[in-house]
Design a binder for this molecule. Structure first.
Ligand SMILES: [Zn+2]
Length: 142
């Protein structure tokens, strides 16, 4: 499909999403469950602050995350060269955002990394089939 057409569809979708969330008000608070593995107490506190900030930032930009509960799994990645070298959304039950992190990254490093915002943005769209991945990635990229 022509990228310009894709872009138009994305803009149309974002417009519809924006107006629908505006009118429904999305008055719920997601229950957050952060599971961490391999982090010290100090690193775990940094990660908790970062994730809380990231959710706030995404919800202020888009709207409340459209889920009743959210699980975020954080695993230490050894020899990482960036704050979040790998992440994905797992559409199981419950839906999870899985993050591999550099345990030594600072809060500022994490906040300045794009990955968490990107993965959280995926939660606003349902899982789409392979030919429609451009919509998921295009939405999360914006
Ligand atoms: Zn993505």
């Amino acid at each position: 499909m022509n990228p310009t057409i894709n872009n138009l569809y994305l803009r149309l979708y974002l417009f519809i999403l924006g107006t629908s969330t505006f009118f429904t008000g999305c008055a719920f608070a997601a229950q957050l469950d952060i599971k961490q593995r391999g982090l010290s107490e100090q690193q775990a506190q940094t990660v908790n602050l970062w994730i809380t900030h990231g959710i706030d930032a995404v919800e202020q930009t888009l709207s409340p995350i459209p889920m009743d509960s959210l699980t975020i799994e954080v695993v230490r990645k050894r020899y990482a060269k960036e704050p979040v070298p790998y992440a994905q959304v797992d559409r199981g039950s419950p839906t999870k955002v899985k993050l591999q992190v550099n345990a030594n990254a600072s809060l500022e490093d994490f906040v300045n990394d794009w990955t968490l915002y990107h993965e959280l943005s995926h939660l606003y769209l349902p899982y789409l089939d392979t030919p429609s991945f451009w919509l998921n990635e295009g939405f999360a990229y914006t």
